[in-house]
Design a protein around this ligand. Structure first.
Ligand SMILES: Nc1nc2c(ncn2[C@@H]2O[C@H](COP(=O)(O)OP(=O)(O)O)[C@@H](O)[C@H]2O)c(=O)[nH]1
Ligand SMILES: [Mg+2]
Length: 191
């Protein structure tokens, strides 16, 4: 799939502002600091459309990007960051839950997992909510430049076997698999 245009469409801070229309959507989800904004920028060939941060736990908002004037990327708030207040962390979880319970025409969920850490407890918590809802899912292993090839392979097989999910590795440094991820997105949009 070729990305021709991308623009910020909406930034949402509360449940009632979430988009409730029938437009096609691709959601990106993962722990705070996993590399979500970096992946979105790479996919869209944009330097800083989704803001990246070396400090985790910054954005508690849902960001919608309008792509090729036809569908949306939805950047969900990062979860699982220990250093935010309990109240703030509950706000993140509530926003994520209401997104998944109200969203229409969600074609694919891209779940991002740090190559070095694999699925952690907060990931499992979110994932269990999602598996119940039968959404189509793709797992992207981020920061794969930080792990050796055999470690990466182990991590992939582990996730594939354990959760039956399709897994693709990614790195902003190595420039790998951008096309493959976009192809998976495109395929999901066609369904
Ligand atoms: N080495 C390496 N660092 C990365 C990669 N992807 C993201 N990062 C870094 O990880 C930090 C968090 O990235 P960001 O995209 O803001 O994560 P988000 O919180 O999930 O949106 C930033 O300092 C990025 O530069 C990657 O593939 N390799
Ligand atoms: Mg981000």
């Amino acid at each position: 799939m070729k990305i021709k245009t991308s623009a910020t469409a909406r930034t949402v801070f509360s449940e009632k502002e979430l988009m409730a229309d029938d437009s096609k959507k691709i959601a990106f989800i993962g722990r705070s600091n996993v590399g979500k904004s970096s992946l979105i920028n790479k996919l869209l060939n944009r330097k800083n459309l989704a803001r990246t941060s070396s400090k985790p736990g910054k954005t508690v908002s849902v960001n919608y990007y309008f792509i090729n004037e036809s569908f949306y990327f939805v950047d969900l708030p990062g979860y699982g960051y220990a250093k935010i207040s309990k109240k703030e962390s509950q706000r993140v979880k509530a926003l994520i839950s209401s997104f998944f319970s109200t969203v229409r025409n969600l074609k694919l969920i891209v779940i991002l997992i740090d190559s070095r850490r694999g699925f952690t407890d907060p990931d499992i918590e979110i994932l269990s909510q999602l598996l119940d809802k039968k959404f189509k899912m793709l797992t992207v292993l981020t920061k794969s430049d930080k792990i050796g090839t055999s470690g990466l392979l182990n991590q992939k097989t582990n996730l594939q076997n354990k959760f039956g999910l399709k897994v693709i590795s990614f790195s902003i440094k190595l420039n790998i698999n951008r096309e493959e991820i976009l192809d998976n997105i495109n395929e999901a949009l066609m369904e």
